[in-house]
Design a protein around this ligand. Structure first.
Ligand code: MG
Ligand code: FE
Length: 171
């Protein structure tokens, strides 16, 4: 490909989209964490991933800076209401711990796809210094997706047991 400025544009747009995606991830996970009372292992994993996500945002900001893109102008905070509203809907239905787990699993896999694509673009465009931090982000998403996957059966059985014991539907 000879038009390297086009690759650069696509890469920068992808990085900005990833930045918005990570802010959305925070807006999904933070309200969930604040509501969990009875699933401490889910809460602990969410707390860890929120910290990881903050680090991912920093890595993306550093990459954008290195490309001369001022990330302070990123207008991606408008998305933050979406996660809150989704979590609220699940709470009303009484099975929020399950629905949030499905949504989180979907979101982590979306993130995995986004970073795989960004890494391919970065490599193709010769942005070799960006590959390692993008891979770190990708690896954290893969770990989170795997954890959600491996925890779903146990979580579901605990949810069932709590319902059968007729305890409150509270997350
Ligand atoms: Mg992330
Ligand atoms: Fe994630």
């Amino acid at each position: 490909m000879q038009d390297s400025s086009e690759i650069r544009d696509i890469f920068v747009t992808g990085l900005k989209n990833a930045h918005a995606m990570e802010n959305q991830a925070l807006s999904i996970m933070k309200p969930q964490l604040s509501r969990i009372e009875n699933y401490p292992d889910v809460a602990a994993r969410l707390e860890t991933h929120i910290r990881e996500t903050e680090g991912q945002l920093e890595r993306l900001g550093t990459i954008l800076d290195s490309l001369g893109e001022n990330n302070s102008t990123l207008k991606d905070t408008a998305l933050s209401l979406t996660g809150t509203l989704a979590a609220l809907g699940h709470a009303i239905a009484g099975d929020e711990i399950l629905k949030n787990s499905f949504a989180n699993f979907a979101f982590e896999n979306y993130e995995i796809a986004a970073y795989q694509s960004l890494i391919a673009i970065g490599a193709r465009g010769g942005y070799s210094a960006t590959i390692e931090p993008l891979r770190k982000n990708l690896d954290e998403e893969i770990d989170m997706a795997r954890w959600l996957d491996s925890n779903l059966e146990k979580l579901t059985l605990k949810f069932l047991a709590r319902r059968q014991a007729n305890v409150t539907a509270k997350t």
